[in-house]
Write a protein that binds this ligand. Structure first.
Ligand SMILES: [Fe+2]
Length: 300
């Protein structure tokens, strides 16, 4: 199971694509101007250096919302997830992806409304040699009304595994990477942030420098987290979402012991391992509410 992409709908999708391509630094994989028959006509697709056809889909729409978060896996995984989801009376729909790269599978609406899409048979593409491109997405984090229940739900229904619990989050993995998603104890459901995996710490730091050239300061970072041990730098993108440069997420063994909130405490004046940056709590909190999940399909 691998996290592949996020599909957003938003006004001024072209401006969002322009930021991600020219400031954040990604590649435009397809745009409405290409008039491709193998991608949605009103959607910009941006990719990284890795083998996924795209990482973020930006579809033009009147309001901002998350259409789906997409994982790629085997048909057997999809069959098992569908069975589990239907047993819990969750909304499920069969899906033939009209997005770049195609593939087929299902979309599941989780108990709090997160829309997770599972595809098999989607295309992969030749990697690009550019150390400043993100390689892939490393995690997509959701805000949750009840993060504990959300963690249990993805364990039971998706066969994901809770890696750690902190005062603020429940971290969940779908492979050996410490977390591919997490649920923040926010009291409401929405997209919390999208993390792009950079090749190494230098690539994260050059990214921070590149954003600085365009007069964007980090909303938090650079720093190094506790759970997952990853290096991070968070920014509030002009299209409203919180985006992160990240690298070196911990690879954990199958028998990794999930930590509890009391295992993950900080000394005074620290909320990360380095303590070199301030966090824009208010700005992040606002931005983390901008994209909610919205189901645009009828359950089948
Ligand atoms: Fe993150």
């Amino acid at each position: 199971m691998r996290l592949r992409s996020i599909e957003l709908v938003l006004p001024k999708a072209a401006d969002a694509a322009d930021f991600l391509v020219n400031v954040w630094h990604t590649k435009l994989a397809a745009s409405p101007a290409d008039a491709r028959t193998d991608a949605k006509a009103n959607t910009h697709y941006i990719r990284g250096s890795g083998s996924f056809p795209y990482l973020v889909a930006l579809e033009e729409g009147e309001e901002s919302f998350v259409r789906s978060v997409t994982f790629v896996c085997e048909q057997a995984d999809i069959d098992r997830i569908e069975q589990n989801a239907r047993a819990k009376a969750l909304n499920v729909t069969p899906e033939t992806s009209a997005d770049l790269g195609g593939g087929h599978g299902i979309i599941v609406e989780m108990p709090e409304g997160e829309l997770f899409r599972f595809l098999t048979g989607s295309e992969e593409v030749a990697p690009i040699d550019d150390p400043d491109l993100p390689v892939k997405l490393t995690h997509v984090v959701c805000n949750a009304v009840d993060a504990e229940q959300s963690g249990l739900a993805v364990e039971e229904i998706l066969n994901f595994t809770v890696s750690d619990r902190t005062k603020g989050m429940v971290f969940v993995r779908c492979n050996a990477s410490h977390h591919s998603t997490a649920f923040a104890r926010a009291g409401f459901n929405s997209l919390n942030h999208i993390a792009f995996e950079m090749a190494d710490m230098d690539a994260v730091m050059r990214g921070v420098g590149r954003l600085r050239d365009y007069e964007y300061a980090p909303a938090w970072g650079p720093g190094r987290h506790g759970p997952g041990d990853n290096v991070f730098a968070y920014f509030i993108a002009p299209f409203g979402a919180v985006v992160e440069f990240s690298t070196a997420v911990e690879i954990v063994p199958d028998d990794y012991q999930a930590g509890a909130p009391e295992d993950w405490t900080w000394p005074e004046n620290r909320i990360d391992q380095w303590g070199m940056s301030d966090k824009d709590f208010a700005g992040l909190k606002d931005a983390e509410a901008n994209f909610k999940f919205k189901r645009t399909w009828q359950p089948a």
